[in-house]
Design a binder for this molecule. Structure first.
Ligand SMILES: C[S@@+](CC[C@H](N)C(=O)[O-])C[C@H]1O[C@@H](n2cnc3c(N)ncnc32)[C@H](O)[C@@H]1O
Length: 347
């Protein structure tokens, strides 16, 4: 790389916080939706109730990074390929979560957190990440939508858990219920429960009802650090253990083990890090986010195996979490290339 290319790469990185703020604003203002057909800046400023000159400058700045496009002949704005991609609800919910001001605020405490055990979030707000989110309605809603966004990502390749051998399935930390609802459609003989904190209950119930699954699925509220409901032959736990340090994970897994009979199954679905893959950018960014928000981490297969062994489970196998659905010819666009299903048996 020559000196100019090096400087230009560094400047691209330095633009990160500004770009994140501008992009978040454009999502808040619903600019991708407004620009599905060309619009004048006057129209946009009235529609979004923003100062025309500031909005125009923001759009020009975003255009420099490939978001939105200005046609100087007509004097109108429209979507570029990048901003049009944000019309996908799953992608925009994930984008919004990654760059929401609450998360950026936490990241500002990153360097201080490296000198002590507490996470950047705990240092700033004095509580665990989920507690902090729960106290703030908007960030919590954004968080829940993003979690569903991950499950729904591109709507075609979904989490491919094999549930043919099970009758009763429990999704621990099941978020808004998207995963188990999707699986209930795919496996008509299973029934089950989505277990999460009380704040998620109304959303889960609404989603179960919307999908007409009241007879087969229900919700349960509580804390996986205390007790987990009994009576299931398979437990799913997706994108949840990644949020917690080893001590907390052991507590959650211990509680899962307590309510399963020997031979019952656990499906741990998470991003798995390959320490030797230097190009796993998403893996390392996610790991840093986990470290900043709550002392969680992206684990290697070996670290996962160890935790399972310590909590009374036998590691059986690991496989990619998604498989192409029939008729889907496009490849999954999710950056979570190493998102895996870990199959384990209670021993
Ligand atoms: C990262 S989200 C994953 C949600 C869902 N499994 C998914 O993949 O979209 C973690 C979930 O754990 C839930 N959670 C956090 N603390 C919990 C606790 N103490 N007991 C039960 N659920 C908890 C959160 O409310 C959230 O829904």
């Amino acid at each position: 790389m020559d000196a100019l290319a090096i400087r230009s790469s560094i400047f691209q990185v330095l633009a990160g916080p500004q770009l994140a703020a501008m992009l978040y604003t454009s999502l808040e203002l619903k600019l991708p939706e407004l620009l599905t057909s060309p619009k004048s800046i006057e129209y946009l400023s009235v529609k979004t109730q923003t100062v025309l000159e500031k909005l125009e400058r923001t759009l020009h700045a975003l255009e420099a990074f490939g978001f939105f496009s200005y046609d100087s002949e007509s004097g109108q704005w429209s979507n570029s390929q990048l901003s049009a991609a944000l019309l996908d609800e799953s992608l925009s919910s994930i984008a919004k979560y990654c760059i929401m001001p609450y998360k950026c605020e936490v990241l500002c405490n990153f360097s201080e957190s490296l000198t002590q055990e507490k996470s950047a979030h705990e240092l700033l707000f004095g509580c665990r990440y989920v507690e902090g989110l729960k106290r703030r309605q908007k960030p919590f809603e954004i968080y829940q939508k993003a979690m569903a966004g991950w499950t729904n990502f591109d709507g075609k390749d979904r989490i491919d858990v094999e549930l043919n051998d099970f009758w009763r399935v429990l999704d621990v930390g099941g978020g808004d219920g998207t995963l188990l609802i999707d699986l209930a459609h795919a496996y008509p003989t299973i029934s089950g429960t989505i277990f999460d904190i009380p704040e998620s209950q109304a959303l889960i119930d609404e989603n179960i009802e919307k999908n007409g699954l009241q007879g087969r699925l229900d919700s349960a509220a509580g804390s996986f650090f205390e007790t987990i409901p009994k009576g299931y032959d398979c437990i799913l736990i997706k994108n949840t253990l990644i949020d917690w340090n080893d001590r907390d994970c052991r507590k959650i897994l211990d509680n899962c083990r307590k309510v399963l009979d020997a031979g019952a199954q656990l499906r741990w679905i998470d991003c798995v890090m390959d320490r030797h893959d230097q190009h796993d950018l998403w893996g390392v960014i996610l790991d840093m986010n986990m470290m900043a928000s709550g002392n969680g981490r992206v684990r290697t297969k070996e670290q996962i195996e160890k935790l399972l062994y310590e909590t009374g489970f036998r590691f059986d196998s690991i496989s990619p979490s998604t498989k192409k659905r029939k008729g889907n010819t496009s490849s999954s666009l999710a950056p979570s290339a190493k998102h895996c299903i870990i199959n384990a048996t209670a021993i």
